[in-house]
Design a protein around this ligand. Sequence first.
Ligand code: CP
Length: 304
Amino acid sequence: MENLIDIKDLSPKEIDKLIEVAKDIMQNPEKYSEKCKHKIMATLFFEPSTRTRLSFESAMLGLGGSVLGFSEAASSSASKGESVSDTTIIVGGYSDIIVMRHPKEGAPLVASMKSIVPIINAGDGGHNHPTQTLTDLLTISCLKNRLDNLTIGLCGDLKFGRTVHSLITAMSRYKNIKFVLISPDELKVPDYVKEEILDKNNIEYVETNDIEEYMKDLDILYMTRVQKERFFNEEDYIRLKDYYILNKKKLENAKKDLSVLHPLPRVNEIATEVDDDPRACYFEQARYGRFIRMALILKMLNIK
Ligand code: CP
């Protein structure tokens, strides 16, 4: 049995295959509509979600399977003190695959050690979010028709933004990728990501706190929200939350074929006036999440 805890659990070849299947599902949904008949997926969300949970559920329903689960710890026996491991063992008896989001880094990994069914990490604290990265890769592949030779700006909360850490890890495996890391000093990419991923793989990157400095060079601008729920101090959050607000003026020098992405939810970091710009691709990106998750469910359940 395989689990998806970290994006590194998938080789680039496996990711290419998932993208290929997701594109086929987009073209021929009816071909897949009964592939998971009699299969049950459990979504155990100990932390809030709109896109990840609902796109997983929509994915399983689109494959003809069924779903069960909870959307907050308070409505599960975690509120009575049950451990993540025990919850996982129990739910493994009711389902064929478990999708888990948890505020504690490493919780899905711990769950996978005891689980009798495959576990998918749907976001663990400020650590990883591999299925968002699969969504991002499918989006980039559809928009650019390639995953190499790209200059990618990552902007906002690069410290706590788990989508950023997983995306850097994944994109660093493709040829000629350059990163522009745009953040306030307090929210820079953690050293472990720089040392273990960027430096180790000789990936070219610059760090800046100016969103406009490298705008003209970017193929992708990946905006992120400041992660309020990970701050220890509300004053720091209030001081940093509106540090970047992307608007039409800031896009004036950007390439005509720039793609603006955002894992969402958005708070203030992209002005709504940008939504009408043809370069704004974040809503399309969220829609792609359903198809790559359909492909992932099939792979993890060994369904051809
Ligand atoms: N991108 C993402 O993880 O969104 P949700 O928190 O709504 O699932």
